[in-house]
Each structure stands twice: as C-alpha cells, then as structure tokens.
Design a protein around this ligand. Sequence first.
Ligand SMILES: [Zn+2]
Length: 172
Amino acid sequence: MKRPILIHPDPRLKKMAAPVADLSDARRELARDMLETMYAAPGIGLAAPQVGVLERLIVLDCVKEEGAAPRPLVMFNPEVTAASDKLNTYEEGCLSIPEQYADVTRPAEVQVRWIDQTGAEREEEFGGLWATCVQHEIDHLNGKLFIDYLGPMKRQMITRKMVKLKREKAKA
Ligand SMILES: [Zn+2]
C-alpha cells in the first residue's frame, strides 16, 4: 500500500528518528509500503520520517540502467561505519522537496552497516549514486535535508516554493 509522502516544511522531517528495537510484522509491512511508495513516485530512496514514521528505517534502489534487475534494499538502523576522504558532488533531489535540485558534496564511498528485513546484520561498501543516496537517506533519520547543505539564500528560496506548493495543494 502506498503511503502519502510528507512535503517540506514539516516538523516531522526535522526530528531525530528512534532506533528500531525489533522487527515486527508491522515494520516489515512499513518497509514494503515504503518500497512501493518509492518506486511509484518514482524515486531511488525513501526514509521512514518521509511517511511520518519517526523510526530508523530507509529503503533504496539506485539501479538506473534500463532493463537491469531491481535491487531493493531495506535498512533498519543503518549506520555509516567508514567514509572515504575522496568527495563526490551529485545533483540531489528529494521526494519531500519535489522538483528542486542542487549540488551536494559528500564522501564518494561509504561503508554502511544495517539490519535487513530478515533480521540479519549486513555491511557493505557503496560508491557512486548508491553512496550519495544512502547518505541522503540516513540524513533524513537525523532530521537533516539536502537543502541544509546549501547556503541560507538558496535554502529559503526552495522553502518558500514548497510553502506555496503546499498551499496550492491544500486548496485543490
Ligand atoms: Zn530525501
């Protein structure tokens, strides 16, 4: 089942999400719903706070090649355990900040540890778009958005556009 995605500004997008203590059926269902919501958007990553759940859960699939098999990843309590000194700049966007894009610089490679949907602990190194995406989604769990990396002028401009968009949506 698809879930509505919160649009910035929303206080729930600025909060610290709580660690997940156990994998209940409801949480597995939430992860499935989040993947469905992400693919439908379409997007390459989604964090639980974006659907109003303040828990440390993200989903992502950064396979972009046409015809390539999807690779949905579900990460409970994801943690960056190592980051490269080498940096990479990508033009980022966010399903909670529709149609706004800006360059953000982050470590080019990161090692991430998480609990998957079966309860198994996993650790993997990510590069390229995957590295950018996983860091962007983990930021959401700490109440941080990609526009927080921008200067105040650009951030305020985008926020004003989102306020206007939400007002128009509320009227429709
Ligand atoms: Zn986002």
